[in-house]
Design a protein around this ligand. Structure first.
Ligand code: AP5
Length: 215
């Protein structure tokens, strides 16, 4: 099964992707994590991505599409995966469909996690992430058992450089202008599952998993 997780910055894509991937045994392909890994390794891709990420802008389509198509050609994605943060533009959605069509595959479902903008800002401002396994925590909503340490792997928690007020607002604007339009692309194909993301983490997960299992 090939699943897309759509939603604004802070909607809970990463949080829900972790739960769904564990439940459905799917690889988790997060475009933002791939860019951050490349940056950590100081590769050309990472340094290019940084210049866009720190401004809250999207990394150019050509670079992003190439990175994702390379990643999904790995053997672990042969029969399915969950995309988190990709596609984010119509051009990316069409490129994915084209690449899949050439292999006789297709996107099965696009899950849209809907959360009001005011709540998104609160979530991003309180977010801490594991430097090692990327698990997201929230100071109020889902704090780690030991402050500063990941419950899963003991890794160090940090705050993302783009989780600052100015950049958060820019990322939301980019989401509304460039990513919201692709909802219609998947709605026309009857592939969207729209869930209320303004509930607790486990309640949202229950809704997502039950919708995926029904269909
Ligand atoms: P990316 O890393 O994808 O970030 P994003 O889309 O901005 O999304 P986030 O990771 O910020 O939020 P999330 O929805 O995963 O929320 P989370 O689960 O962490 O992209 C970063 C940058 O990379 C982009 O700006 C761009 O520059 C570049 N990029 C990436 N993909 C690209 C692409 N395809 N094309 C071009 N450029 C690209 O949750 C947030 C917080 O809320 C956490 O603290 C969590 O604990 C908490 N929380 C989660 N769910 C709930 C809930 N239900 N109730 C209460 N709290 C909750």
């Amino acid at each position: 099964m090939y699943i897309i997780m759509l939603g604004a910055p802070g909607a809970g894509k990463g949080t829900q992707a972790d739960i769904v991937c564990h439940e459905m045994e799917l690889p988790h392909i997060a475009s933002g994590d791939l860019f951050r890994e490349a940056l950590e390794k100081k590769t050309e891709l990472g340094l290019l991505a940084k210049s866009y990420m720190e401004k809250g802008e999207l990394v150019p389509n050509a670079v992003t599409i190439k990175m994702i198509l390379e990643r999904i050609s790995d053997p672990d994605c042969v029969s399915g995966c969950l995309f988190d943060g990709f596609p984010r533009t119509l051009e990316q959605a069409e490129a994915l469909d084209k690449a899949f069509a050439a292999q006789g595959k297709s996107v099965d479902k696009a899950i849209y996690i809907e959360v009001p903008d005011g709540e998104l800002i609160k979530r991003l401002s309180g977010r801490w992430i594991c430097r090692n396994c990327q698990t997201p925590y929230h100071l109020v909503n889902s704090p780690p058992k030991v402050p500063g340490k990941c419950d899963k792997c003991g890794g160090e928690l940090y705050q993302r450089a783009d989780d600052t007020e100015g950049t958060e607002k820019k990322r939301l604007k980019v989401f509304h202008n460039l990513t919201v339009p692709i909802l219609d692309y998947y709605r026309k194909q009857s592939k969207t599952i729209e869930v209320n993301g303004n509930l607790g983490i486990q309640e949202v997960a229950k809704e997502v998993i039950s919708a995926l299992k029904q269909r």
